[in-house]
Design a protein around this ligand. Sequence first.
Ligand code: ZN
Length: 280
Amino acid sequence: MRCANIGGRFVILNGTESIDVAEASSGQFGPDPLAVLDRWQEFLQWAREVNRDSRTPVAGHAFGPPIPHPRQVFAIGLNYGAHAAEANIDPPAAPAVFTKFPASITGPDAVVALPATGTADWEVELVVVIGAEARNVSAAAAWNHVAGFTVGQDLSERQRQMVGPVPQFSLGKSYEGFTPIGPELVTLDELEDPTDLAIECRLNGDVVQVGRTSDLIFDVPSLIEHLSAVLTLLPGDLIFTGTPAGVGVARTPPVYLQPGDVLVSTIEGIGEISQQFRRA
Ligand code: ZN
């Protein structure tokens, strides 16, 4: 199943049409996406039998972030070998975790203001959406706690991220609009192999990042095991799983996002988000 947020309402997508979950369920579910995620198994059951006649055409650029207000957002640094190498850091022995504060979340077509520092960078990432509470979950059982995937950009202001005396990953990656996600929440049964998806990022039409999610150092189940050993993961929580090689800061000379740039991030079988940038 493919779901989305249109105008703050959770919908099921059916080709170019959508079914409003709150309307079709006569208020049993939704319209708030997080409220649907809170009852994800019940919703899946209902969705199997929903009358698909009440469909509305989806207008272009109509989508908001599929989960606009998650309670927690986890993000993993240096989770692809080639990206760790370009950062001149040994691959970590355990996941390197930070947060992108939820107020930085925006939709898949958002125009994003660039901080005046001029050192904002791109990081395309596979984003996991949690579908059931997870506490002390083993990797073997972890997929049962996943609602699906979406596409995300871990936009990063490198100057603040790397400022001393200790790096400020969470704040540097949480400027207004620095967490675009979408366009759809895609359940795993839609994907031929959820553990091996092509992932790509293009800047003004040029491919700048390309990889496969099978190259993750810590895969999705081990991330859920690692995080849920510390605290409870809640429905609707997001996990940004890390970015492949090809970020701007690692280039010689470094390349940063400029006003007018267009950044397109794509994951096979999930979809594509597109950001344009402007001066703050
Ligand atoms: Zn990242």
